[in-house]
Write a protein that binds this ligand. Sequence first.
Ligand code: SF4
Length: 224
Amino acid sequence: MSGLQARLIEIYNRLLGHFGSRHWWPAKTDFEVIVGAILTQNVAWRNVEKAILNLEAQGLLDPQQLVDAPLELVEEAVRPTRYYRQKAQRLRGFCEFLIREYQGDLGKLFSLEIEELRAELLALKGIGQETADSIILYAARKPIFVVDAYTRRIFYRLGLLPENAAYDEMQNLFMRHLPPDTKLYNEYHALIDGLGNNLCANKKPGCEECPLVEICVYHKNESE
Ligand code: SF4
């Protein structure tokens, strides 16, 4: 085991010991995961939950229904998420693509290899790397590591990434040093987000309660 791999696993074990399993992604179906991944851009998860409940109440948690419904109805349902008009278009764009290219069958889309699947998703308007990777990991259940702003902040503070690390650089840190294990990647990302959400805030992080405090460069420097 490389030194970096050992550190990444230690961090994982500390986070898991503190937070327990996060049971992420909270969704009843794979399609709902995709809807959540598109809606969660730039907005808190509680807003996404409201939008998903609205979509469900309108019978719109289905690709064909979502394409057939008046766009205004979709917009109204996703209004709790910011940029709701744009997001309604993105949801519809994904559904149109799924129906046109894969007969509305997520199983067919997900039968692609990771690289091909990622390229297909990234070609769609409004689907960036984090959204595509969330869909691949949490809906298609294939081993790709999802990273985000929390990952950058926390792993910079731990001394494992530069402050302005790019998406690929962050993703490589995990994927080059950890085995391609869907379960591990699923839980690890969820734990990082749990720490970012609950303790490792941008200003005034809650270091006293943090399970990483003994190995955190930022905390060490701040307390000197
Ligand atoms: S010790 Fe503090 S700064 Fe370091 S990871 Fe934990 S909360 Fe963030």
